[in-house]
Write a protein that binds this ligand. Sequence first.
Ligand SMILES: *Cc1c(COP(=O)(O)O)cnc(C)c1O
Length: 466
Amino acid sequence: MRYVSTRGAAPELDFGDVLLVGLATDGGLYVPTEVPPLPQDWDLERPYAELAAAVMWPYVEGSIERGTFDAVVADSYRTFDHPDVVPMRELDTGLYLAELFWGPTLAFKDVALQLVGRLFDHELGRRGDRVTVVGATSGDTGSAAIEALRDREAVDCFILHPHGRVSEVQRRQMTTVLADNVFNLAVDGTFDDCQDLVKAMFADEAFRGRFHLSAVNSINFARVLAQIVYYVTAAAWVRRHLGAATPVSFVVPTGNFGNVYAGHLARRAGLPVRRLVVASNANDILQRFFTTGTMTQTGVVPTLSPSMDIQVSSNLERLLWELHGGEGDAVDAFMRRFRDERTVTLDAERFRSLDEGFTAYRADDAACLEVMARYHRDHDVLVDPHTAVGLCAAEAHGYGVDRPLVVLATAHPAKFADAVQQATGVRPALPSRLADLLERPERYERVANDLDAVEAQVASRARLGH
Ligand SMILES: *Cc1c(COP(=O)(O)O)cnc(C)c1O
């Protein structure tokens, strides 16, 4: 499989390179040049890891041996707390939840990152190389990255969080990981300060080169790839459950659009998907784009579903590339206009072609609290506020046995216990393997909001650069 940049001016790469480079040199995102069809027996019941390896194999072939890949995939999903990895739950006739939150950090990013961390290690080991991953977190992505990279031979991982500004559970999910290659830096500053420090480290070329700085960010195609799989397992489950080959629609609580784009690739690969329903919170740039064709940037509003509080959905560029027939120049012009004018409109013909496969809804915090309370009362189920955005969209869209709908449940309710308690009066308990989280020993370094101080921490602890 070859991969090209959405902006058309970066070298073509194979999977191993795409995994390690992240962003293309022309500022674009890497996309596969073709979408291989699903295995013919995709709807057969079998272990998650087995189907996952079969679905992903054509995308990685040539960069890794099949036996090794199968073993890496199996190992990645062994860390999940449920034998089905992504179990399904019926909420109502024709309405189902796909529970993506049984991984180590209780949110759906584990499904991709558990695999990506291991693939990183494998590819770097093969090349005899190492990297130092640095990242900033406002709470959630830091723990998913740490769980993905802990104990990896070829990677050291430094995560900056704003001291005193993340919740205790969020902090402890990071700081109680005592692996030798994981370093938590609590910065005396805000999340923006942490992000600026990470950017400054990447901009410091001598430092970047000496420590082989790297990131595992949300535009990495390998993350999208791992997310194709659960669309397949969920559609297969619904087909077996209903005993009918009715196409399924998916509701996706959306931030960066990575998850929706994975569903789009599953559909292009032949999965019978009727609609992909984009569910936004009050940060509704995508909902406005999919209903009007105009994408306009506004300020971020904090909501009860913080992992969807974004201004710009970076993965949308991959869909735009397709809409523009793979013409990098046109994508480049579109994205430039958006960057310069903060608003850009898709032409009518392309907008119509979008309209065939996607629908979008928006739900604010009040609607989410109401839906959380009602599903608790009527269906005895606790959902987290991100999943609640999805349930609001599901109700707006409608469903039934003749038009089944799967809502992707992106976080465990205990991960957002305050919001769940506010809505339902019930405080969801952490799963048993995290039950003693509040008693576990922590390790982190407090550091000034200062580039030299942070770089000195990295330099004194990283295995590279000596
Ligand atoms: C990251 C995240 C999302 C948004 O996913 P995207 O791929 O960025 O659209 C939704 N819910 C939760 C809980 C998340 O962590």
